[in-house]
Ligand binder design. Structure first.
Ligand code: THU
Length: 133
């Protein structure tokens, strides 16, 4: 799958953003191993903390639809500012693939990274992790 195409889908999804409070339009496009793509946008709320990010909306849509195997996510923010995914979204992505490719972009360009880089030593409930416990 062409990551440029995934980014185009994220860009389109950003147009659906409901963000009257921050003004930031964010879109995400999540690539499933079966080739399907799920998109999401940020949805804000007058009670600010109830806001949900674009990435988590995309993941929750996909999982609700029976998908659990993801290889990449593209995130677009319609802004000049750099915008890597927030910590909460990184943790939610790590639940499904701690090595997922992450392409994040704004109006000026994009950065290709992965979850191992953005969230090293992610929290999980496996007992086979190394350490002095
Ligand atoms: N936002 C996202 O959609 N994804 C992120 O990873 C970080 C933040 C949204 C939430 C809020 O609507 C706006 O960007 C400003 O924080």
């Amino acid at each position: 799958m062409d990551l440029d195409y995934l980014l185009e889908q994220a860009k389109k999804a950003a147009q659906q953003a409901y963000s009257p409070y921050s003004g930031y339009r964010v879109g995400a496009a999540l690539l499933c191993d079966n080739g399907s793509i799920y998109t999401g946008c940020n949805v804000e709320n007058a009670s600010y903390s109830l806001t949900i990010c674009a990435e988590r909306n995309a993941v929750f849509k996909a999982v609700s639809d029976g998908q659990r195997d993801f290889s990449a996510i593209a995130i677009y923010v319609d802004s000049e500012e750099i915008f890597p995914p927030c910590g909460a979204c990184r943790q939610v992505l790590a639940e499904f693939n701690p090595r997922m490719q992450i392409l994040y972009a704004n109006r000026r360009g994009n950065v290709l990274s992965d979850l191992e880089t953005l969230l090293p030593q992610a929290f999980n409930l496996q007992e086979d992790e190394p350490g002095n416990f």
